[in-house]
Design a protein around this ligand. Structure first.
Ligand code: R5P
Length: 301
C-alpha cells in the first residue's frame, strides 16, 4: 500500500520535501472557514487504501487542532489504511505540570486527543522537560527527531570561535548536544520568568570566554523575551553581538522585532515552522523517522 502526504496550510514546502525524500504521493485537502468560523474540510484526492501522513506544524494549535482531528477521522471514514501525524513543531508541551491548583495539564490532554486520532506521530525536538519521553504522554508510536546536528553544522559554517550559550536550564540539553557537534564549548545561563513577557537572565562569571562569539541556542523562540534578555546580558558583558538559533521559530507577536532591537546579529531557526528564518532543514531526518513509522504500520496491515 502506498504512502501519501497531506499538507495542512503553511506546511506545503515541508510536505513536498518529505514526498520527494520518500518517493511518496500527495493527497490534497481543502480547508476553508464558514462565515461563522466553523471549518469545511474536503479530501480532493481519495485517501482510500493509503498510508496517509498529515503534515501540520502545531504552533498556534487552537486554530488548527479541531480541523486536524476532523481530517484524521474523515481520512479513516474514507478508507485510509493508516493515518499518521507529522508535526514538526508539537505545541502544548510546556504545561506539563499542575503548577497551581485547578490548572489543566494541557500537554497530557492534548497528547490524549492526538493519540486517539492518529496511528503514529513524528515531531522535532519536543519540549520534554519534566517528562523524558513522548511515550509518557502519547500512547501511539512516536519519534522525536533532533535538530542538533543541523544546528551544529550551521554554527561550524557561520561562526568563528563560537561559544554555545543556553539561556536557561531547560535549554541545557539542546545547548550541550549542539556544542558537542560544533566542537565548541557551551555554558548555561539562569532564567527567572515572572510573566509571559517578563524574563530576567543571570550569568556565571564569563571572563574565561572573552573573545568568543556567543551563539544562543534554545528549543523554542516564542515571545523572544528569553533570547532578548540573554542578548542584552552578553552585550553588556562585552561580547560580540550574539547569533540566536532556535529549533522552533514560533515568534509570537512582536518577538522578531524585540530580538532584533536587543541586538541579535542573526536569527536562525529550523524549518519546523514555515518562517523566513528557517534555513536549517530538518526534513531529511524527519523523513527517516516517518519511514520507520510507515514500515511498522505496513507490517501490521
Ligand atoms: C522554555 O521553556 C523554552 O526552552 C524557551 O526558553 C521558551 O519557550 C522561550 O520562550 P520566550 O521566547 O517566550 O521567552
Amino acid at each position: 500500500m502506498s504512502a501519501s502526504f497531506c499538507a495542512f496550510p503553511g506546511n506545503e514546502d515541508f510536505a513536498r520535501r518529505l514526498r520527494v525524500g520518500l518517493a511518496a504521493g500527495a493527497t490534497r485537502l481543502q480547508w476553508r472557514r464558514f462565515p461563522d468560523g466553523e471549518s469545511y474540510l474536503r479530501f480532493e484526492d481519495s485517501p482510500a487504501g493509503l498510508h496517509l501522513a498529515i503534515v501540520c506544524s502545531l504552533n498556534e494549535p487552537d486554530s488548527k487542532a479541531q480541523a486536524l482531528l476532523f481530517a484524521a477521522a474523515t481520512a479513516r471514514e474514507l478508507g485510509a489504511a493508516s493515518v499518521g501525524l507529522v508535526a514538526p513543531y508539537l505545541g502544548y508541551m510546556r504545561q506539563d505540570k499542575r503548577f497551581r491548583d485547578g490548572e489543566a495539564v494541557t500537554s497530557a490532554l492534548f497528547a490524549a486527543q492526538l493519540s486517539a486520532a492518529f496511528d503514529w506521530l513524528v515531531t522535532v525536538d519536543a519540549h520534554l522537560h519534566r517528562r523524558r519521553l513522548l511515550a509518557e504522554i502519547y500512547s501511539i508510536p512516536s519519534s522525536d527527531v533532533s535538530a542538533a546536528a543541523g544546528i551544529s553544522q550551521w554554527i561550524r559554517a557561520n561562526v568563528e570561535r563560537p561559544l554555545v550559550v543556553g539561556p536557561d536550564s531547560e535549554s541545557e540539553r539542546w545547548a550541550a548536544a549542539v556544542a558537542g557537534g560544533a566542537g565548541a564549548p557551551h555554558i548555561t545561563l539562569r532564567k527567572v520568568r515572572s510573566g509571559d513577557r517578563e524574563v530576567r537572565i543571570e550569568a556565571p562569571d564569563l571572563t574565561a570566554w572573552r573573545g568568543r562569539t556567543p551563539v544562543l541556542v534554545d528549543d523554542i523562540i516564542s515571545t523572544g523575551r528569553t533570547m532578548a534578555a540573554a542578548v542584552r546580558l552578553l552585550a553588556a558583558a562585552g561580547f560580540a553581538a550574539p547569533a540566536c538559533v532556535g529549533v522552533h521559530g514560533v515568534f509570537a507577536g512582536d518577538a522578531l522585532e524585540v530580538l532584533r532591537a536587543a541586538g541579535a546579529s542573526r536569527i536562525v531557526t529550523s524549518n519546523s515552522i514555515a518562517q523566513q528564518t528557517g534555513t536549517i532543514d530538518v526534513s531529511a531526518s524527519v523523513a527517516q523517522a516517518v519511514e520507520v513509522m510507515l514500515s511498522h504500520v505496513r507490517s501490521e496491515k
